[in-house]
Design a binder for this molecule. Structure first.
Ligand code: DAH
Length: 340
């Protein structure tokens, strides 16, 4: 009897189950017929042999069931693969979703491009600054209102350290570390303690310009900014200077460009004045040159600082500053065609 069990065991091990049909005949033939038939013969076995026969037949049953289960899984898996569409290598690939350059980067890159062509290089400085570079070296008197808490983010632990409030601090670093002639622009992020609105933000971007050499004059400043304005906003753009005050320049001026929307005729963007402000400028105050170790008898220079958001708003007619930082894909996608 045990010999019959061994025989069936061998048969089960050798049987080939490669498709659903073979699987079914295994189920019907072995699981439902041959094994139950062997089991039925337990009755005929001598009582002393019953235990070993029972164990052997249980083992056989388990083996057959396992065999069935594994074969079933393999056939299922084959079926799923066969149901898949055949691989069509001629299909076009999915288009890569290209991002777009952020409008502030577009404007910054354009500014760099314009100034590099006329001999300015790009300089950089830290966003966390000390009082010397952000204020003192730039001729800010100790009690100047811009140093106060409402404008500047100071570090809690050290009131000498703050987030820079303007890129003018990079001017100081440049003058301290290099000898004239100096000709650089310094784009970067700046921070001010202001409530966020359509027209103001606590984080924004400026580009600083500095030119120091012998005999640099106000005329050089005017020509440089005039050239820049025409390259940036179109060849018909006019500029004008309005007298102003900054501690680090003397004389100082605010720079306006003719409104690029109404061509100076007057519209609601320029508030019917025909002019739009883009930044401040002036001749570097001799005190600043001296603070930075530059001989103010020998050298003169001009400086300017312009808002990058401001220029992007004018260039692309964006009415709300917050759009630059909200990451709204519908806004950003509109700059997809610009590749700078
Ligand atoms: N730093 C000034 C500001 O943030 C802008 C500025 C004005 C920069 C005149 C200059 C300058 O270099 O000459 O408002």
């Amino acid at each position: 009897m045990l010999a019959e069990v061994a025989l069936l065991k061998e048969k089960i091990a050798q049987i080939e189950i490669s498709d659903a049909e073979a699987l079914e005949s295994f189920r019907v033939g072995i699981l439902k017929k041959e094994i139950p038939a062997l089991m039925a013969r337990l009755r005929d076995v001598l009582p002393e042999d019953r235990k070993s026969f029972g164990l052997a037949i249980n083992e056989l049953k388990e083996l057959a069931q396992n065999r069935f289960k594994i074969a079933q899984e393999q056939i299922e898996a084959q079926k799923v693969r066969a149901d898949d569409q055949p691989l069509d290598l001629t299909l076009p690939t999915l288009a890569n979703a290209l991002g777009s350059v952020h409008p502030l980067s577009l404007v910054k890159n354009r500014i760099i491009e314009i100034f590099e062509r006329i001999g300015f290089h790009v300089a950089d400085g830290p966003e966390i600054e000390d009082d010397w570079h952000n204020f003192t070296a730039l001729n800010f008197p100790p009690n100047h209102p811009a140093r106060e808490m409402q404008d500047t983010f100071f570090l809690e632990k050290d009131p000498d350290i703050a987030l820079r409030t303007h890129t003018s601090s990079v001017q100081v670093r440049l003058m301290e570390s290099q000898k004239p002639p100096l000709r650089a622009i310094m784009p970067g992020r700046v921070y001010r303690n202001e409530a966020i609105s359509a027209r103001a933000h606590c984080i924004f971007h400026q580009v600083e310009g500095l030119y120091i050499d012998e005999q640099v004059s106000l005329l050089d400043l005017k020509q440089t900014l005039f050239h820049f304005a025409r390259e940036m906003f179109g060849q018909n753009t006019q500029i004008r200077f309005r007298p102003s005050f900054f501690p680090f320049t003397e004389p100082s001026a605010e720079v306006d460009i003719s409104c690029n929307i109404c061509q100076g005729k007057g519209c609601n963007v320029c508030k019917y004045s025909g002019w739009l402000e883009i930044g401040g400028c002036g001749m570097v105050d001799p005190n600043v040159l001296q603070s930075c170790g530059i001989d103010a008898e020998k050298y003169t220079g001009f400086a300017f600082g312009m808002g990058i958001e401001r220029m992007a708003m004018l260039k692309y007619q964006i009415r709300d500053l917050r759009l630059f930082t909200e990451n709204d894909i519908r806004f950003l996608r509109q700059f997809r065609s610009q590749i700078h």
